[in-house]
Design a protein around this ligand. Structure first.
Ligand SMILES: Cc1cc2nc3c(=O)[nH]c(=O)nc-3n(C[C@H](O)[C@H](O)[C@H](O)COP(=O)(O)O)c2cc1C
Length: 501
């Protein structure tokens, strides 16, 4: 029988006592101050102010019914409500309850990033009720020495001179300077450089801080095309050419949509627009920056495919597209058009609806878009059915923060894994859920100098490197347990599907 929770606190009674008690306490301290010690008058003043506030809430303000009915007592409720998330996070929720990442998931990343023992004892804390994907191991694990090193060459299908070879299956997913503060960007970029992985710039315009750290980059072009735009958000070829010519930029990614807000353009709240960001993006200060939900050049399959070709021609680099899958029929038509025109992006990144964001409307985060374990197999299948799977590379994103989930997508057709929040956790993110407020307590998603002070770039770059290295080490262990010599051998036979999938 479910327990019915009833409110046992009689607020009305408490409020009555407070209404009556406050003037009495004021009178008491007044007399004590007058006849015993002057210092009691401090209490007289404090309680007098509370009495005035109580009166104001109950008889003057009209906006809050709870305050009008219960006065100061209702403020106590508001206070508790406001610190509820912290109380739950620190005291009351168990290790597998929190969202988007449980304490267990976060702790695993922290341990990898700090390079401390990542083993656990006694047994898994997860449920084994058949509701999750699991991996199937082999009866005949492989020996480490037989492993074939990972390698993925972007642009080889088009015979590009600028083809880029990736030697690790993990990339830092798009997060702009703007969504992140400069310390976070620099720590990630320095860490990426040490670990030998690519970092996606996000849609924040010219990659000033990334270049400072000299790491290999995927330059992302969002719908507003910050860094290479004309005033109407169309592409400025010359500016794109200049960015593509930077030594650090290895690939270009055209962002069509993002899992956390598919069909909605980028959003940077005004609180986070500093003078520097307004200059780098070419946007005014004091107003939210809302990018258009589409590229002005792309209004049907053909214009979209031709735009991809234009970016390939202008940049001379491998060019990918990032999207969150919505309607399969639209994706099918896009593929048919690519086939007809014989134009393909060099890669597609499929972002799951469970992906993160710096800021987005809640309806988009919660209710729009397909989760990665649904969309990725569909995209992979449609590519195979169209006979074009070998014309491009496929990458995935969407809570791929640990080896387990990464191997799920690698078995579903992805050839590399992007993660954004995995790297934020490696930087020390405590999941305060304030990325849109400029108040990030660990200095990651803020431009406040005082808050950024705690984020030591060198120290955190080591954590980024450790996170990658420990993931890669674990990858090899898992590959061997699945009985595989290389990532190319992974397929959906490695997966145990959830019973209700
Ligand atoms: C703070 C933050 C900023 C982001 N900024 C961008 C962006 O500029 N462009 C983009 O395509 N995706 C952006 N994303 C989405 C990520 O690149 C990624 O697709 C998504 O979060 C899924 O990865 P994750 O679940 O590992 O975080 C952002 C995510 C976060 C958390």
């Amino acid at each position: 029988m479910p327990r019915v929770s009833t409110l046992t606190i009689n607020l009305e009674k408490i409020a009555r006592y407070v209404n009556l008690g406050l003037p009495l306490v004021v009178a008491f301290f007044f007399l004590a101050g007058r006849y015993y010690s002057f210092y009691f008058h401090f209490f007289t003043v404090a309680f007098f102010l509370l009495t005035v506030m109580n009166f104001f809430y109950r008889h003057v303000q009209k906006r809050h019914a709870l305050l009008a009915n219960f006065g100061l007592v209702a403020q106590g409720r508001y206070l508790l409500e406001s610190i509820g998330p912290e109380l739950r996070q620190y005291l009351f929720t168990n290790d597998t309850e929190e969202r988007p990442f449980t304490r267990i998931e976060r702790a695993e990343i922290y341990r990898k990033a700090k390079n401390v023992d990542a083993s656990s004892a006694f047994g898994s804390l997860l449920d084994f009720d058949g509701s999750d994907f699991k991996l199937r191991h082999s009866l005949y694990p492989m020996a480490n020495r037989e492993m074939i090193p990972y390698q993925l060459i972007f642009g080889e299908e088009r015979g590009l001179k600028s083809a880029w070879t990736m030697t690790k299956p993990i990339l830092i997913s798009a997060m702009s300077f703007g969504a992140l503060g400069s310390h976070a960007v620099r720590a990630l970029a320095r860490g990426a450089c040490k670990a030998g992985v690519l970092m996606n710039t996000g849609e924040g315009g010219f990659p000033k801080y990334h270049i400072m750290e000299n790491c290999d980059l995927v330059f992302q072009m969002g719908t507003a095309k910050f860094g290479c735009r004309n005033d109407d958000s169309s592409l400025n070829d010359v500016k794109l050419q200049e960015i593509a010519a930077l030594e650090q930029v290895k690939m270009i990614e055209i962002k069509f949509s993002q899992g956390a807000k598919p069909g909605k353009g980028g959003l940077l709240p005004k609180e986070k627009i500093t003078k520097e960001i307004s200059e780098l993006r070419g946007v005014p200060m004091g107003r939210d920056v809302i990018s258009p939900p589409y590229h002005v050049e792309c209004f049907d399959p053909e214009s979209t495919v031709r735009f991809i070709r234009r970016v390939q021609d202008v940049s001379g680099l491998p060019v990918g597209m990032k999207l969150c899958l919505g309607r399969e029929d639209e994706f099918y038509q896009l593929l048919q058009t690519m086939k007809r025109l014989d134009i393909f992006p060099d890669y597609i990144t499929v972002d799951g609806a469970e992906g993160g964001t710096g800021a987005a409307p809640k309806a988009f985060m919660d209710d729009i878009g397909m989760p990665i374990f649904k969309s990725l197999p569909l995209v992979h299948k449609l590519l195979i059915e169209a006979g074009v799977r070998d014309r491009l590379k496929l990458m995935a994103a969407g809570k791929l923060i640990n080896t387990g989930r990464q191997f799920m997508v690698l078995s579903m057709g992805a050839q590399a894994c992007y993660t954004a929040r995995g790297f934020m956790l490696a930087l020390g993110c405590i999941q305060a859920l304030t990325c849109n407020k400029n108040t990030c307590p660990v200095g990651i998603t803020t431009h406040n100098k005082h808050l950024q002070k705690g984020l030591d770039i060198e120290d955190k770059s080591e954590r980024v490197k450790n996170y990658v290295m420990n993931l890669c080490h674990e990858h090899i262990e898992v590959l061997t347990s699945l009985g595989k010599k290389s990532y190319q051998e992974l397929d959906e036979k490695n997966l145990l599907f959830p019973e209700k999938a």
